[in-house]
Write a protein that binds this ligand. Structure first.
Ligand code: SAM
Length: 250
């Protein structure tokens, strides 16, 4: 049966490659990879010789058509990205949608994912969380995106570029207030893995003072807003209006 496998690869430590993923990558007819040059190093390491084709954000719709043709011929395909789980801030969404719409089976082969790794070691509540992907590069866009979730009580998870970590932390401090706890999860599964929790104002100072903290790959988690107690749920404006109405009714 023709199948498209969505295969996770490591986010740093190559020992995180799962045996099932290795078997599938070796046995499929073709691997669709975000960056074939990047992934060929991984394939070499595991002695996988399956041919690869490029599938990135700019050619995804075209590649989806080609993959569907291959599936029609009964071929087995694996989709991988540069690191971690495809589709999670990575290409693959359009391929999966089109392949499923064409009536073919899509099978996940789970493995490493930076946001899950970060969350489970962060110490922040994990019963409800929101993955927000990358924050916008421009300050105004970034503040708007943060403003939308300022009262959110679930844990917030962001992917962050090392070049923007100080700017993003500063925006978080401004929008959420300097006391809001954040967790910086950097270089997960690698030699310089760091997981540090601080109020965001202190985190800005710490990251600014230590250039090493502005390097590598980063997941940023933000503790959700405190849940309001019952009876505290009315904001000041609503209370003001209610008091006026109560006086009128008298
Ligand atoms: N698909 C990947 C996944 O499953 O996590 C994410 C791809 S996204 C283009 C790359 C971002 O993921 C990085 O900028 C960083 O925010 C995060 N990331 C990837 N590997 C990481 C690691 N080892 N430690 C911390 N963050 C990582």
């Amino acid at each position: 049966e023709a199948v498209l496998y969505i295969v996770a690869t490591p986010i740093g430590n190559l020992d995180d490659m799962v045996p099932r993923a290795l078997k599938i990558l070796q046995s499929v007819d073709v691997i669709a990879a975000e960056d074939t040059r990047h992934s060929s190093r991984l394939m070499q390491h595991f002695s996988i010789t399956t041919p690869m084709i490029a599938c990135h954000d700019h050619n995804e719709e075209y590649v989806a058509e080609k993959l569907i043709e291959k599936l029609r011929q009964g071929e087995q395909i694996a989709l991988i990205s540069d690191a971690g789980t495809p589709l999670i801030s990575d290409p693959g969404y359009r391929v999966v949608t089109q392949v499923r719409d064409a009536g073919f089976k899509v099978v996940p082969v789970p493995g490493a994912c930076a946001m899950v790794a970060a969350l489970c070691a962060s110490g922040l509540p994990s019963d409800r969380f929101i993955f927000e992907g990358f924050l916008p590069a421009k300050e105004s866009g970034r503040r708007q995106r943060l403003q939308r979730v300022v009262d959110e009580t679930a844990t917030l998870i962001y992917y962050e570029s090392p070049h923007r970590i100080v700017a993003s932390l500063s925006s978080i401090a401004e929008v959420f207030g300097g006391d809001r706890e954040v967790v910086l999860a950097r270089e997960l599964t690698k030699t310089f893995e760091t997981i540090k929790a601080l109020p965001v104002a202190e985190m800005v100072a710490w990251v600014e003072s230590d250039r090493n903290q502005q390097k590598g790959e980063i997941v940023l988690l933000v503790r959700g807003a405190p849940k309001r107690e019952q009876g505290e749920a009315l904001d000041a404006e609503t209370l003001r209006v209610l008091k006026i109405l109560a006086a009128e009714v008298g």
